[in-house]
Design a protein around this ligand. Sequence first.
Ligand SMILES: [Zn+2]
Ligand SMILES: [Zn+2]
Length: 417
Amino acid sequence: MEIKFLGGAGEVGRSGILVRDEKNILLDYGVKIDEGEEYPIDAGDIDACVISHAHLDHSGYAPHVYSKGMPEMFATDPTIKLSELLIEDSIKIHKKKHMHPHFHREQLKTMLNRYTPCDYGERYPLGRFDISMYDAGHICGSAVTLVEKQNNGRRLVYTGDFKIEQQLLEGGAEIVKSDILILESTYAAGEHPDREEQMKRLAEEVRETVDNGGVALVPVFAVGRSQEMLALMNRYGLIDRTYIDGMAKAATEIVEQYPDYVKNRELLDGGIRKAQWISNPRNRDYALEGGSVVLTTSGMLNGGPVLDYITRLNRNSKIFITGYQVDGTNGKRLLEGKPLNIDGREYRVRHPVSMYDFSAHAGKSDLHRYVKESSPETVICVHGSAENTALLAGDLRMEGFDARAPSVGEVIELGSL
Ligand SMILES: [Zn+2]
Ligand SMILES: [Zn+2]
């Protein structure tokens, strides 16, 4: 067996891992979005593609595999519906920006027709392998993928993005036993602060802003953070003053259809019922009058209604960043005190900005915990900066694991699974 890293190795974004054995199995196929877009290396002929979760850095390039072949597709139901939403949106953005399309709606349709909806814990045969998915605790429908050889029970596990610790709407990742473990490494260098504390502090600060007549503007990623913030505003009694706008709405409507994949679903259901949904841009005026919380996309301020809101805030308003901001995005520029780029024009934000850590990824000690309890022979660290993947692999080697930190284009040979 050999594993080729098509993207997302020594970097975050454009994840793509090709497992070549009796079958060629592609694990994720995403895009990297910063100032432009980057794509993974061509996958060649594959028998199957497995999508770990809907975020575009894992799913955004998947339709491309249908420009040449007809591989099978495995994903959970929410993952396929949520990635359809995000990929459709990326096709629209490509058209709007006159960017060269790497696939068309037709390929996306084929992908939707070719997929096997996977339930957590079930086995789905692929030749002499079984594919199974387990809860990754990252976002709705996210999965840890197990590829198991039927005759000898050898197991390759790909974590995708995961979190062991519970989130408001996520029950935490399952730890799956493995012989070969492909592990995300985003936060290999640090721990996250206490989540309860972050939630409480955010709610307090939002309440203060709202009570002062300001707008508490919370830019959110459509999938994951939008739903979590809705539930949070509900939990802390702020939901009556909360508005939701942009693609956050469509994503929330999809998540609502999968109650079995949501922890604390009554918190989310109540949030959905009680929040005000902005159905047309003119209604934004109400939200902008103040004394309100606005949850809107995009989470990194690179497009969407958030850019309209941010230029129209009253003086008591405040901006709350709750998600990771990639270098080169408006969100990162905001945190650095630099002017934003809105439709080619510079815009300087004068309102205060608060930053919170609501990461949906495992911190350092949980990465180590996953490896120990999964107990593989070989660990391959991906989905992290070159510095972080090397650091994690180094630490794991000291603990006696055969640990590697490949870069994009590299092939690791491992004997038969
Ligand atoms: Zn993710
Ligand atoms: Zn990711």
